[in-house]
Write a protein that binds this ligand. Structure first.
Ligand SMILES: [Zn+2]
Length: 202
């Protein structure tokens, strides 16, 4: 996807529809800075507002992502290309989030161990010892919670039985035994309990 081309296209469609950047931003409930960033080719509209934006600009999503008006002939080709590109973007974003999970996991575990180790081996008053140990457990819990939350929200879990890809309830993820990121859960589609693999795209 050519962000610069998309940006110029958004600007020209916006003017065609008689919107200023501020007016368009108001309609979408975002800042005019965001609109200006799209038009300068520095970012893409968030997928959550793409449909609304396209409706205002009187174009379709495919044209938006291609940065030009499409006739029926090259419509299908561009549709496929754009889908692949969007999927790649989603995958890259999800991969970054999962790396963040690893960082949070390690940081909280190491802090926990360091605090407990210090509390066990360094001379100190018993209340300070208690504070260190409690802080350690608190950090471990907060870290663990955020890891779990990230893992649930990023990408999907895939049922090996029926192939369904879905986002489970937080409770299901929390209670599931796991090996790495494979979690033993009940499939909401076929009801079978098995180890569900994490996938980055639907
Ligand atoms: Zn299933």
């Amino acid at each position: 996807m050519d962000q610069e081309k998309i940006g110029k296209f958004i600007a020209s469609c916006r003017k065609e529809q008689g919107f200023t950047q501020v007016r368009l931003a108001e309609q979408l409930g975002i800042t005019d800075r965001a609109v200006s960033k799209w038009e300068n080719g520095r970012s893409l509209p968030d997928s959550s507002i793409m449909l609304e934006l396209c409706a205002l600009l009187n174009i379709n999503v495919n044209e938006l992502l291609s940065g030009e008006r499409l006739d029926m002939d090259n419509y299908r080709n561009m549709a496929e290309e754009n889908l692949v590109a969007l999927r790649k973007q989603e995958e890259a974003a999800n991969r970054r989030m999962l790396s963040l999970e690893v960082v949070i996991g390690y940081t909280s575990s190491v802090s926990f161990l360091a605090l407990v180790f210090t509390a066990s081996w360094v001379e100190m008053s018993s209340w300070l010892r208690a504070v260190l140990i409690l802080t350690g457990f608190a950090l471990l819990n907060i870290g663990g919670y955020h890891c779990l939350k990230l893992e649930r929200e990023v990408g999907y879990y895939e049922c090996p039985n029926c192939g369904a890809r879905y986002i489970p309830e937080m409770k299901a993820v929390f209670l599931a035994p796991h090996i790495g990121r494979k979690r033993k859960m009940k499939c909401p589609y076929c009801g079978k309990r098995s180890y569900h693999r994490k996938t980055l795209t639907k």
